[in-house]
Design a protein around this ligand. Structure first.
Ligand code: 13P
Length: 228
């Protein structure tokens, strides 16, 4: 099982250091734990990855960080294609694929996020699959360090996760495309994580707001440890 925390634009470096210290008080056993803090809080730690980076070593890309900045903290894990970057920051599929290829070339572990908007979900699974496929364009689905995160846009930060049946059906469709791990993300909470982790083809979760409280995140890891 993989249990990952996406802090988004939350927490300072100091808070992140304290969080990791507290988190590491528990034994993860065979659960793979990941924490993605903001770029200003990157820390050299085997469980820490970047939420985003530019596909270049360094250069004239104002406001961005690249491989050189990640290497300073020995970061070799990255989140790409998050819906907030696709929708708020306007990242195109072409640009996401470019980032994927660049960081794949660097042998990074890559969590690639995909997910449909509500109007697509309302049309049914066929329309959903079409969108997901378009968000996987240019991505090597056989890359051994690829992890897919299925995050329906309407479930992110809404407090309402997708239903068990929606997750089961969608993960099955993604499974037809790749053998790599598939995470679910979108309003994962202490109250629903066990149910979600028990769904077929769910290999873990990507948690946003609920992960900000380290005690909650620790409990989530404890729950994941029980699932075989
Ligand atoms: P929430 O858990 O806050 O819904 O966010 C999910 C997410 O976007 C993780 O990447």
């Amino acid at each position: 099982m993989i249990v990952a925390a996406n802090f988004k634009m939350n927490k300072t470096r100091k808070e992140t250091i304290e969080y990791l210290k507290e988190l590491k008080k528990i034994d993860f056993e065979d659960v793979v734990v990941r924490v993605y803090p903001p770029c200003s809080a990157l820390i050299e730690d085997e469980i820490v990855g970047a939420q985003n980076a530019y596909p270049a070593n360094n250069g004239a890309y104002t406001g961005e960080i690249g491989l050189e900045q990640l290497k300073e903290f020995k970061i070799d894990k990255i989140l790409l294609g998050h819906s907030e970057r696709r929708n708020i920051l306007g990242e195109s599929q072409e640009f996401i694929a470019k980032k994927f290829n660049f960081y794949k070339e660097q042998n990074f572990e890559i969590i690639l996020c995909i997910g449909e908007k509500l109007e697509v979900r309302k049309k049914g699974i066929k329309a959903v699959v079409e969108v997901l496929k378009s968000q996987l364009e240019g991505i090597d689905l056989g890359y051994e360090k690829l992890i897919i995160a299925y995050e329906p846009v309407w479930a992110i930060g809404s407090g309402i996760s997708a239903s068990v049946e929606e997750i089961r059906q969608t993960h099955l469709e993604i499974r037809k495309m790749t053998n790599q791990p598939i995470l679910y993300g979108g309003s994962v909470k202490l109250s629903n994580i066990k149910e979600i982790l028990n769904i077929q083809n769910v290999d873990g979760v990507l948690v946003g707001s609920a992960s900000l409280d380290v005690e909650v995140f620790k409990k989530m890891i404890e729950i994941a440890k029980e699932i075989k």
